[in-house]
Design a protein around this ligand. Structure first.
Ligand SMILES: *Cc1c(COP(=O)(O)O)cnc(C)c1O
Length: 369
């Protein structure tokens, strides 16, 4: 296998999704598997579908189109407000989209009419995180407009928290969303199929002891892929946190002084390095850099420390170890490192069901960590 690469254990992803589908199902909540961090990779989409998610969600129409081209027929929702300029593509490939602007909703209606389809609309409500959302006071009028427009169905309402401002989902804002669902239904004499409470940041609330009220849907990406909830980045009980790892190869390994010499100015990426003089140290360079990963989002194996990164180089303090040129080093990734690595054309994506990955790893170079 080539390096750098992301190793993606599809069986662990299926396991994570299945545990969440079952635990949330017991609370009356269905799960949409969010594929955006995997760039809509069809293998990851299928791993989620095998676990019984009710459908898929992605923020990019390109990813949704790619999944359709590869014959994914499950329901797919576009979870970012569509661009006006993409309305035709949206109604063609996505069954449902999340919306906050009536100009877009109107364009979706005419695009759906031309395509002779019905497109589902979830109206997103602003409940304090200050990313996307219609203010609660404007929700009923917006919902009325959706109901009035041809070729649209008002599928539900939803909220997104813990993204821009870090507002945590809690009993208070979830009950506010429930109450809004009741109000829309009463005012317009409709039934909302989905009341979508949020993303992986909702898990602590959704699996806690509070009443779930009307909330019957979550959109989960990070928890399925990385096994953690994003509020405190704690592992979620029963989930694998190592379904995805990044492997990079050593291209230099030397003992060097711990202090740089010469006149110090800015570094390649603008920060400064603070070095302390600890004498000579074992340092290694791995062939992966800012262009491929978020260095802060990598967790190295025991005994190794990340010193920093530039565009193409990751610098490692090897501690008591000595890494050989050609050896591979495996890192755990967080969400930012995952997204950056998935997006880099220089990082191979090695996706396999569990046993195939293990066979590949057994062939890896001796001395790898
Ligand atoms: C990214 C996103 C999600 C999924 O978030 P995770 O933290 O990965 O679970 C859900 N909803 C919306 C609107 C998103 O943008």
């Amino acid at each position: 296998m080539s390096a750098p690469r992301l190793e993606i254990d599809l069986d662990k992803i299926t396991h994570n999704a299945r545990v969440l589908v079952e635990d949330l199902g017991a609370r009356g909540i269905v799960v949409t598997g969010v594929t955006k961090a995997a760039l809509g990779a069809v293998e990851v989409a299928k791993a989620m579908l095998r676990a019984g998610v009710s459908g898929l969600g992605d923020s990019r129409i390109e990813n949704i189109e790619a999944m359709r081209l590869q014959r994914i027929s499950a329901p797919i929702m576009l979870i970012r407000s569509p661009m006006l300029s993409q309305a035709e593509r949206v109604v063609k490939c996505a069954d449902i989209s999340f919306n906050t602007e009536l100009a877009v909703v109107r364009r979706l209606s005419s695009a759906a009419q031309n395509a002779e389809r019905t497109h589902g609309i979830v109206l997103m409500v602003e409940l304090g995180d200050l990313r996307e959302g219609i203010l609660p006071a404007d929700l009923i009028n917006a919902a009325r407009e959706v109901v009035r427009l041809p070729h649209l169905a008002l599928t539900g309402i939803g909220v997104n928290l813990a993204c821009h401002s870090g507002v945590a989902p809690d009993q208070h804002n979830m009950m506010a969303l429930s109450a809004l669902a009741d109000e829309v239904e009463a005012a317009l004499d409709v039934k909302l199929e989905l009341v979508s409470g949020g993303n992986s940041a909702n898990l602590n609330w959704a699996l806690g002891n509070g009443r779930v009220g009307r909330i019957n849907h979550l959109r989960l990406g990070e928890a399925i892929l990385l096994g953690r909830e994003p509020l405190h980045r704690e592992p979620v009980d029963g989930l694998h946190t190592d379904a995805i790892s990044l492997v990079a190869e050593v291209i230099e390994s030397k003992t060097k002084p711990s202090l740089p010499w010469g006149t110090l100015a800015e570094t390649a990426f603008g920060g400064d390095v603070t070095s302390t003089d600890t004498g000579a140290m074992a340092r290694a360079i791995l062939a992966v850099g800012e262009q491929d990963i978020a260095p802060d989002g990598l967790e190295p194996p025991e005994g190794l420390t990340i010193l920093g990164a530039s565009g193409d180089h990751l610098l490692i303090d090897c501690g008591q170890r000595r890494l050989q040129v050609g050896a591979e080093v495996r890192f755990a990734v967080n969400y930012s490192a995952l997204v950056r690595a998935m997006t880099s054309p220089f990082v191979e994506k090695a996706m396999a069901r569990g046993s195939a990955l293990r066979r590949g790893a057994a062939r890896a170079h001796a001395g790898s960590v």
